[in-house]
Design a protein around this ligand. Sequence first.
Ligand code: NAD
Ligand code: UDP
Length: 344
Amino acid sequence: MNAITHLNPLGTALVAGGAGFVGSHLCDRLLDRGYSVICVDSFLTGSRENIAPLTNHPRFRLIEHDICAPLDIDERLDLVFNLACAASPPHYQADPIHTMMTSVVGTGHLLTLAARDGARFLQASTSEVYGDPEQHPQREDYVGHVNCTGPRACYDEGKRAAESLCFDTMRAGEVDARVARIFNTYGPRMRPDDGRIISNLVVQALSGKPLTIYGTGEQTRSFCYVSDLIEGLLALMLADKNPGGPVNLGNPGEFTINQLADLVIRQTGSKSRKVHMPLPKDDPQRRRPDITRAKTLLGWEPRVPLAKGLAQTIAHFSLGVAARPERKAPRRRRSATRAEATAR
Ligand code: NAD
Ligand code: UDP
């Protein structure tokens, strides 16, 4: 491995999951700000296309690696961002044991690496730690309503365990860890077959297919444009003072899935109709962040309204991405043993 330390004026940031949707935007932004970037990714759901423009950058380095296996990096790290984890329900449910191991074992490996170098650590946690919330909007002190035996548990409980690991490692004095609870984020570079709502609806509308609405479509989500999220992640990681607890990052604008589908139809000019399909088990009914902590502690709030971010996302998918043949959601794999999952 060729170390790139001599080229980094600000320091070296490791981005696990850096070839994914959010991770690749984060790599771009860190390079723009002058950091050297080491992207660690197994390409489970990420793509080489997302980081293709970076591969010849003198301050960028790619390590293809699954964080379930220990990793050693031959240079000193200043920042460690852990974004590695499939985030779309069909993808994280395809191999649930591996999803859980990624959050627990993988986060443990990255925390060890950060502790080795005294690097700051940021964990990409999720609004899913609140489960199907009984508090609305969700504040960080809400402990959640999660089904630990259902099909979403591999993700929700894995992320909850990862948060525990971060706070326990921090209380042990080993690392300065920060936890971002990210709410539904969208934008360019989502995979057309990602399976999440915005990419599904946009691809369906652009290709004249029916828009799939699960359940009544009256469940709500709050959608954050990716550039806003990236600024929030940076503000959290670079804040002088550790917030001392998790911080919600999301856009408080709340929409039903039916409202979102109507907006997609209007903005694409599509003739597609909505079709209703069964609601997946444990699908949360309402979700909206209370971002008081992010505003107060980080001076951060989102700037891009849904109508604007959606137009930019539609423009991205219109550039031929939607023309690709639609791939089916991944088939649920045979349950792996813990040993197999960690060895992968
Ligand atoms: P994504 O699936 O596009 O990116 C995840 C990346 O992690 C991919 O590049 C994938 O290949 C990589 N990865 C997965 N498992 C890995 C492993 N074991 N080892 C190494 N690499 C691995 O998803 P995203 O939307 O970009 O999400 C990024 C992070 O943010 C995830 O941790 C996700 O849980 C979190 N998050 C995202 C959202 C959102 O709406 N986008 C919301 C809440 C939380
Ligand atoms: N959803 C939908 N049609 C789709 C994909 C998702 O109606 O084609 C619904 C899903 O049931 C959920 C909401 O949209 O209520 C958001 O789903 P997504 O998978 O994007 O994220 P999450 O459920 O993890 O918030």
